[in-house]
Design a protein around this ligand. Structure first.
Ligand code: URP
Ligand code: ZN
Ligand code: ZN
Length: 457
């Protein structure tokens, strides 16, 4: 099957040019000007951008958390991702207490059977011991090349510094990347108990008990431990100026220090958590949303290169029946927000506003995450030989984000009523149309597991 995408503006992380794209079966075959080739299908991309499919390296499909499960499974979550221009996700398999990493990973392979887009896995390590360290090396050999560790949630996910250090050393030796949830969980828990005792139970207190200074401290500690272990480290869901400054300090002294931020930290704030009644629960995630003055600092981190990736941390919980587990006690609100469908267009808002350039947009949303997590050049770019994961993007189309029209299986949108510009009009995975003009053409189960390369030194 040969497809010709004609007359569009092809945008990669480094170039913007009027060109045609020829797709042969699953791969990009050629890019050129006024290509005259026979094709089974010709797609007119005039006045459209032709961009690589988005790569979202931080999702949680069906994650068990806070007595509930994330409401999207791999089928509904990847379908929604495709509507939003994302054709690859990397999700987090979870090790349960008392088991090895392999069992956690096997559960996630089972969950992912119905994925509509391609996918890879990181593994969340909850217990570090000799057997687990050995398994880390084995999994790296099988294409699971990154591991997430937590400095927060005592008794649930949190590891002590010695365990983190051991895991870092192991990862450094095998070419794996350590991803850190950087918030200092001990003092945070003290504040949570104090606030509840004082009768401060509303959702906004979730944010007030997790101050940014405790994120900054944890990021600083991550890179000191990584320095001792002689290994790179990557901060997930970086949310604040304090954390960004600690990251910058590590980079300035030459550390291989990396981080992602997420759309919620660029567009939402503590004011949303303080909405009247219980509505703030819709915005409860960790690290929490910060005061609005942190946002411009994060945009500057994206522009300047200190932040390398924008991912979603997609962790949807319904307002009715899940978030409301925390009525009367903010600490029982399941943590996480839905956004796998909105990332591409929300970040494009930064191009519209002049906060980032068009090529930087593609880099943040597709190329850099693919490179950072061992998927490049198969994913994350449009180049001969790459998988034909392509978004034909209409930059002029205006629309209003809403739970009534989104495809995520969750009963609210954090961006309800917000007008955005830009629509992934046609989305392709490996040369097959997944989404066209608002219709889904994919099938559950057609997504493929992506073994990933070791992280480049
Ligand atoms: O609130 C969040 N971020 N929920 C998902 C779990 C995590 O820490 O990434
Ligand atoms: Zn986390
Ligand atoms: Zn997460």
């Amino acid at each position: 099957m040969r497809t010709l995408i004609r007359g569009g503006t092809v945008v990669t992380a480094t170039e913007t040019s009027k060109a045609d794209v020829v797709i042969q079966d699953e791969r990009v075959a050629a890019i050129g000007v006024d290509m005259s080739v026979e094709a089974d299908r010709v797609i007119d991309a005039s006045d459209r951008y032709v961009m690589p499919g988005g790569v979202d390296v931080h999702t949680h499909m069906e994650l068990p958390f806070g007595g509930s499960f994330c409401s999207d499974d791999f089928e509904t979550g990847t379908r929604a991702a495709a509507f939003g221009g994302t054709t690859t996700i990397v999700d987090f398999a979870v090790q349960d207490y008392g088991e090895g990493l392999r069992q956690g990973l096997d559960r996630w392979f089972e969950k992912a059977q119905n994925a509509c887009t391609d996918y890879g896995f990181h593994v969340i390590v909850r217990e570090v011991n000799d057997q687990v360290l050995k398994e880390m090396d084995e999994l790296v050999g099988e294409g699971v090349t990154s591991f997430k560790l937590f400095m927060a949630y005592p008794g649930v996910f949190m590891l002590d510094d010695a365990s983190i250090f051991r895991a870092m050393r192991q990862a450094g030796g095998s070419g794996a990347l350590i991803m850190m949830h950087a918030e200092n969980g001990g003092p945070i828990d003290v504040l949570v108990r104090q606030f509840l005792e004082e009768g401060k139970t509303e959702p906004v207190n979730h944010g007030l008990t997790r101050p940014s200074v405790m994120e900054g401290e944890a990021v600083h500690r991550v890179f000191k431990l990584a320095e001792l272990a002689d290994t790179p480290a990557y901060i997930v869901h970086l949310s604040s100026r304090d954390a960004l400054n600690a990251l910058r300090e590590a980079r300035d002294r030459g550390m291989p220090a990396f981080a992602e931020t997420c759309p919620q930290y660029l567009y939402l704030s503590q004011d949303d958590m303080a909405r009247p009644g219980f509505e703030g629960a819709k915005f409860v995630c960790s690290p929490p949303l910060r005061t609005p003055d942190h946002q411009e600092e994060l945009w500057s981190g994206l522009r300047g290169g200190d932040l390398q990736v924008v991912s979603t941390d997609h962790a949807p919980f319904n307002y009715e029946g899940q978030k409301d587990l925390g009525r009367g006690d903010f600490s029982k609100i399941p943590n996480g927000l839905p956004s796998v469908e909105d990332r591409f267009t929300l970040l494009y808002g930064g191009v519209e506003k002049g906060q980032i350039g068009l090529n930087r947009f593609v880099e943040l949303v597709a190329t850099a995450p693919a490179k950072m997590f061992g998927l490049y050049p198969r994913k994350g770019t449009i180049a001969p030989g790459s998988d034909a994961d392509v978004v034909v993007f209409d930059p002029k189309k205006e629309r209003v984000l809403s739970a009534a029209t989104h495809h995520m299986r969750v009963d609210y949108s954090c961006y309800e009523g917000r007008t955005v510009r830009g629509l992934p009009e046609l989305v392709m995975q490996r040369g097959r149309v997944l989404v066209e003009n608002g219709e889904f053409h994919g099938k559950p189960g057609q997504g493929r597991f992506l073994p990933r390369s070791r992280i480049p030194a």
